[in-house]
Design a protein around this ligand. Structure first.
Ligand SMILES: Nc1ncnc2c1ncn2[C@@H]1O[C@H](COP(=O)(O)OP(=O)(O)OP(=O)(O)O)[C@@H](O)[C@H]1O
Ligand SMILES: [Mg+2]
Length: 331
């Protein structure tokens, strides 16, 4: 899709998003091939001045021109316009939510520059990328300002089973690979942590339960990054790591009513891919997607369940896999 957009004869505006570590940057970087392509990656948690400095540093490195001076994003976008006015350019703004500091003003400016400058170059392909699902969905994908501007959109899915299988170099059986995928999902970064010479149980032990294991703090890190206040989100995930539940059941466990924000907590968790919704099978011709019939459960990335088990909650997942994971002493 990206290659087609770059080859097309009109200005293209793409949106690429997905959970952390799913391979967004790798995918976008693969398409960088020509002189004139520009790939910007924003920094997390830095001041506007540092963000702009970093942007200009990347611009100077990639265009092999002296470092420009700019005090605000408008001046930065003027410089980008200067460099991309004519000829073929593939321009990526990676980690856009960080570039925008989580606010929507930069989206308005983006719209202005797209409408008044960038879309006038039919050889330009602009891609906005980010992993903070709530920001990307609210301010980019469903943005009113960018309405009718986007020409393609990719929500990057996890690797398929056959893609993930390549990480195991024929060293593990299909059954064992299936276990890995049920626990870690097809997240490339997580696949890279697995030592294919070791069994499933030894890998889980090493990665999830040993001091400094890769997954020990992963849940907390990505959760905190996604949600400003994590308490209610964490409680919902804990309930769902035990069993799939309807919204009413979740509400009962947590003593929160729909009016108390439960629906929005659940929707945010679903959008961020932590949980998924199951629609009951409907008879032919009937829609099964009635709110009251929906069930929620953990998504494939169920390492979260394992991590939660460190605090004494033994996940159904571990039981159902029947694997010989060494459970830790209670935290
Ligand atoms: N298709 C793939 N096959 C194998 N490895 C991959 C693939 N895509 C990404 N990776 C690896 O997975 C890791 C994470 O990829 P990448 O940094 O592109 O993800 P991301 O979604 O941009 O992450 P972040 O949310 O942290 O920005 C990298 O080490 C990369 O080499
Ligand atoms: Mg990235």
């Amino acid at each position: 899709m990206i290659k087609d957009a770059i080859a097309s004869k009109r200005a293209e505006f793409g949106i690429v998003y997905g959970r952390r570590s799913i391979g967004k940057s790798s995918l976008l970087m693969k398409a960088v091939s020509r002189k004139g392509d520009l790939y910007f990656e924003a920094l997390q948690n830095v001041s506007l001045k540092k963000q702009i400095d970093h942007f200009l540093y990347q611009l100077a490195e990639q265009t092999k021109t002296p470092r420009s001076v700019a005090g605000n994003w408008r001046e930065v976008f003027d410089i980008v316009t200067y460099h991309t006015k004519t000829n073929r350019h593939y321009v990526v703004f990676d980690e856009f939510p960080w570039m925008a500091s989580g606010r929507s003003e930069l989206v308005s400016l983006l719209k202005y520059y797209w409408d008044n400058h960038w879309k006038k170059n039919p050889d330009l392909t602009l891609v906005i990328c980010g992993s903070i699902a709530s920001f990307m969905l609210k301010h980019i994908v469903h943005s009113k300002a960018l309405h009718n501007r986007k020409t393609f959109e990719i929500k990057l899915p996890p690797l398929t089973a056959s893609e993930a299988k390549l990480f195991f170099k024929n060293l593990r059986s299909d059954f064992e690979i299936a276990r890995f995928l049920m626990v870690f999902g097809g997240i490339p970064k997580y696949m890279e942590q697995i030592d294919p010479r070791l069994s499933f149980s030894d890998n889980v032990d090493r990665l999830c339960f040993q001091k400094n294991g890769f997954f020990v703090n992963e849940f907390e890190t990505i959760f905190k990054e996604q949600f400003k206040v994590v308490k209610n989100y964490e409680s919902i995930v804990k309930v769902l790591s035990q069993k799939n539940c309807s919204k009413e059941e979740i509400g009962k466990h947590l003593k929160i009513s729909s009016g108390g924000g439960l629906t929005s907590y659940i929707n945010n968790l679903e959008q961020a891919d932590f949980i998924k919704v199951f629609t009951p099978k409907a008879p032919f011709g009937a829609s099964g997607k009635k709110q009251k019939n929906l069930f929620y459960g953990m998504n494939g990335y169920n390492f979260i369940s394992i991590i939660l088990s460190r605090t004494g909650i033994l996940s159904n997942l571990i039981l159902s896999l029947g694997c010989l994971i060494k459970l830790p002493d209670k935290a």
